[in-house]
Write a protein that binds this ligand. Structure first.
Ligand SMILES: NC(=O)C1=CN([C@@H]2O[C@H](COP(=O)(O)OP(=O)(O)OC[C@H]3O[C@@H](n4cnc5c(N)ncnc54)[C@H](OP(=O)(O)O)[C@@H]3O)[C@@H](O)[C@H]2O)C=CC1
Ligand SMILES: O=C(O)[C@@H]1CCC=N1
Length: 271
C-alpha cells in the first residue's frame, strides 16, 4: 500500500516511522509534503524514514498514494483539501488525523463519494505503543475500516468508535501523552529532591507508569483496588495519597481531559 502524508510534522513522522517499521508499507512507498522549499521538517522526515520521498507539492502526495493522511494543523486543512481536490481519485482513501474536524465537513470539501476516515492517534505510535480511535465516513467501505484498523493496530491499540466520541477521546488519549510526561517529570523531580540521580529517576518514573498501566490492562482489576493493594495500613503510600487528594490531583486531571475535549469540539465548530 502506498501511503502519503499531507504535512510532515510530528504526528506524520511518528506514524510514518511506525507504519514502516511495522511492515504496513515500505519506506520507498511513503511520500510526505510540506509547502516550503527549505523545509527542515522534510529533512527530518527522511531521516526518520530513510528511503521515503518528500515533496513541496500536496498534489504529488495524492497522485502517488492510495492511503492519504491529512496531517496538517486544523485551520490549514480546508486550504490543503481545496488544493488537492482536482487530483483526488476513487482509489484514494482520505484519512484525517486533524483535531476536531468532523467527517461531514471533510466530505463536503472533497469530491462526492470520497472515502473518508477520521482518526485520532497519539504520538507513542512512534514506538508502537500508540492509542488510536477511528470513525468511517458515509462512503467508506467495510474494507476501508479494516485498512484503518490494520494500519493503526500495527502501531498500538486501535478501536472503531462512533464519531460523537472522538472529541472526548482527543481529550483523553490524543492529548494524554503530554499529561503523562508532565506527571512523569514531576515524579522524577520528587525522586531527585530525595537524592536519586536524575537519569535513574526518569527510568524509575517511566517504568512505574508502564507497570501501573500494564496491571490495569492485564489484571482487569479496578484501579482503586490496585491502589489499595499498594497502600499498607499506616504505611507511607497512604500518606502520599492523602497529600495528592488534598491538592486536587483527580479534579485537575478530569479538568484537563474536559478542557481538551471542549477545545477539540470548538475547533470543529469554528471550521
Ligand atoms: N501532535 C500530536 O500529538 C497529535 C496531532 N494530531 C493532529 O495532527 C495534525 C498535525 O499535528 P502535528 O504533527 O502536531 O503538527 P506539526 O505542526 O508538527 O505538523 C504540521 C505539518 O503541516 C505542514 N503544513 C503547513 N501548511 C501546509 C500546507 N499548506 N500543506 C501541507 N503541509 C502543510 C507543516 O509545515 P510547516 O511547519 O513548514 O508549516 C508541518 O509539517 C493536527 O491536525 C493535529 O491536530 C492528532 C493527534 C495527536
Ligand atoms: O494539541 C493538539 O491540538 C493535538 C491534537 C491532539 C494532540 N495534539
Amino acid at each position: 500500500m502506498k501511503v502519503g502524508f499531507l504535512g510532515a510534522g510530528k504526528m506524520a513522522q511518528a506514524l510514518a516511522k511506525g507504519f514502516t517499521s511495522a511492515g504496513i508499507t515500505k519506506a520507498s512507498d511513503v511520500i510526505a509534503s510540506c509547502p516550503k522549499t527549505d523545509n527542515y521538517l522534510l529533512e527530518e522526515f527522511q531521516k526518520d524514514v530513510p528511503g521515503s520521498m518528500v515533496t513541496n507539492s500536496n498534489t504529488d502526495v495524492v497522485e502517488h498514494a492510495d492511503l492519504v493522511l491529512i496531517a496538517t494543523k486544523p485551520p490549514i486543512v480546508p486550504r490543503v483539501i481545496q488544493e488537492v481536490n482536482p487530483a483526488v481519485r476513487p482509489r484514494n482513501l482520505l484519512v484525517s488525523i486533524a483535531l476536531g474536524i468532523p467527517i461531514t465537513n471533510l466530505e463536503q470539501m472533497l469530491p462526492p463519494k470520497t472515502r473518508v476516515i477520521r482518526v485520532m492517534p497519539n504520538t507513542p505510535s512512534l514506538v508502537k505503543a500508540g492509542c488510536t480511535v477511528f470513525s468511517c465516513g458515509s462512503s467508506a467501505t467495510e474494507e476501508d475500516g479494516l485498512i484503518a484498523k490494520r494500519c493503526f493496530s500495527s502501531v498500538g491499540f486501535c478501536e472503531e468508535v462512533p464519531e460523537v466520541l472522538i472529541d472526548a477521546v482527543t481529550g483523553l488519549s490524543g492529548s494524554g501523552p503530554a499529561y503523562i510526561y508532565l506527571m512523569l517529570e514531576a515524579l522524577a523531580d520528587g525522586g531527585v529532591k530525595m537524592g536519586i540521580p536524575r537519569p535513574l529517576a526518569y527510568k524509575l518514573a517511566a517504568h512505574t507508569m508502564i507497570g501501573g498501566a500494564q496491571m490495569v490492562l492485564e489484571t482487569g482489576k479496578h484501579p482503586g483496588a490496585l491502589k489499595d493493594d499498594v497502600c499498607s495500613p499506616a504505611g507511607c503510600t497512604i500518606e502520599a495519597i492523602y497529600q495528592m487528594e488534598q491538592s486536587g490531583v483527580r479534579g485537575s486531571l478530569i479538568k484537563a481531559v474536559v478542557s481538551a475535549a471542549q477545545k477539540s469540539k470548538e475547533t470543529g465548530q469554528r471550521g
